[in-house]
Design a protein around this ligand. Structure first.
Ligand SMILES: [Zn+2]
Length: 449
């Protein structure tokens, strides 16, 4: 009993110490100081880097947190959180700073969950994509209608990404490319500096999972944001505009909403959304948004999280908001381990990048990264996966993705023939908590060279 009291007291103390430290609004200088403070406190698992500058020349700083910061380890997925893209929507910015401090502190305390998260994932946090807009909003104070949604030139950054939607429609009808759709030659001239920085960032890291943190509602919004068809006459709502990964996106959105304190209840700010989730276009269609761009141009699955009714909540509400989001922010990142991943290697064991990973029934391919590793998030089920790369024969595998578990579809049984490479599920896959069994090697399946 006494021990229990001590534990309780310890937890309370920790909660207070941590809470007092972390939960306040951070202006730009304060935010930057906080990022570097975390870096100093946890130097071996963090790195601060800038992805570019805003219109008013503020650095867009990212805090990276992982067991080997600065290094992409093959098979360790890259994930990101982006906040404060709308400068006057500020809760996400504070949540990411709190998350950074939590990860650092819990790592120092050797918390097993955090340790395993940081060993298995490389996390990139961009607490403010729009620091100029934030300054404008913060100067105006709370309560009234806040400027600062756009950047210093008044451009809404979530309407500023290249629109790639016209291409898949053409591609669909021709049976053409359904992923990594090309940008126009002059795309850099068509976007704001903040957007340019973020796109170059997306090109530099093979991000697999992401969320974009906003405010003004409480729900998890998944692609597409752009309407695929016009609203029916007399109807208030637009029809949904689903991606080929619709089921997966719904699940990702639900994972966040159900791990959140109240988002899943779906009726926080006056409108009702079942499960606290919605397809973007079904809520309200937009063009040139960031989550659609992630999906159409990169390997990254991104959803948009609306986290508070008030865009600039008073500081006294931050502890409650942090309590509501802390578990959800962690659980969402852990979803990156669902599905399959593996290495695409040539006959000498060198990684093949830009190999294409296709899943039957999902018209959206992923590609391998520079080291030849790939990640394909999938819901539990049975899939037929084909890998193809220029100059190589394609290879097809049947894969089972089990619930609650990462399925490794990794290299093994390498044939040593120049024209052939294998994708092979070989690792121990836990089916239930106690039983382990190896999957069959792909090269034993019929139809293999
Ligand atoms: Zn927003």
């Amino acid at each position: 009993e006494l021990l229990g009291l001590y534990v309780l007291w310890g937890l309370l103390w920790l909660w207070q110490a941590v809470g007092a430290l972390r939960l306040r609004h951070h202006g730009y200088e304060d935010m930057v100081r906080t990022l570097f403070k975390v870096q100093r406190e946890c130097p071996f698992i963090t790195r601060v880097y800038s992805i570019g500058r805003s219109v008013q020349n503020r650095h867009l700083y990212v805090l990276e947190i992982s067991d080997n910061p600065g290094i992409h380890e093959p098979l360790e997925p890259e994930v990101k959180y982006v906040a404060n893209m709308h400068g006057n929507e500020v809760l996400g910015r504070e949540l990411l700073l709190a998350l950074a401090q939590l990860l650092c502190e819990q790592h120092k305390l050797r918390d097993p969950r955090i340790t395993s998260l940081l060993q298995g994932v490389r996390i990139h946090l961009l607490p403010s994509m729009n620091p100029d807009g934030y300054q404008l909003a913060a100067e105006q104070g709370y309560g009234k209608y806040l400027g600062g949604r756009g950047n210093a030139r008044g451009v809404d950054l979530n309407r500023n990404f290249p629109d790639l939607h016209l291409i898949p429609l053409q591609a669909d009808s021709r049976g053409g490319r359904n992923h990594h759709l090309p940008l126009a030659d002059n795309w850099t001239e068509q976007v704001e500096p903040e957007t340019l920085a973020v796109i170059n960032w997306m090109k530099s890291y093979n991000f697999v999972l992401s969320a974009n943190l906003h405010g003004g509602a409480v729900l998890a919004n998944y692609p597409f944001d752009k309407a695929s068809e016009p609203r029916a006459r007399g109807s208030r709502r637009h029809p949904p505009s689903p991606t080929p990964d619709d089921k997966l996106f719904r699940q990702l959105a639900k994972v966040y909403s159900y791990a959140h304190g109240w988002m899943h209840q779906g009726s926080t700010c006056g409108e009702y959304f079942p499960d606290g989730i919605t397809n973007g276009a079904q809520w309200y269609p937009i063009s040139r948004g960031m989550q659609d761009f992630n999906y159409l141009h990169t390997n990254c699955l991104e959803i948009t999280l609306e986290l508070s009714c008030a865009k600039f909540p008073p500081a006294r509400e931050l502890p409650r908001e942090w309590a509501a989001n802390q578990e959800a922010l962690l659980t969402y990142l852990e979803q990156v381990h669902r599905g399959i991943k593996g290495m695409i290697l040539d006959e000498n064991g060198n990684g093949i990048d830009e190999a294409v990973i296709s899943v039957d029934g999902i018209n959206h391919d992923m590609t391998s990264g520079l080291s030849g590793d790939y990640f394909r998030l999938l819901l539990p089920g049975q899939y037929t996966v084909t890998v193809s790369a220029k100059g190589y024969k394609s290879k097809t595998a049947n894969v089972i993705v089990y619930p609650q578990e990462v399925t490794r579809v990794s290299p093994q049984g390498w044939g040593g023939r120049a024209e052939l490479y294998t994708v092979c599920p070989h690792s121990q896959v836990r089916v239930r908590d106690t039983v382990t069994l190896p999957l069959h090697c792909v090269s034993t399946l019929p139809g293999q060279g």
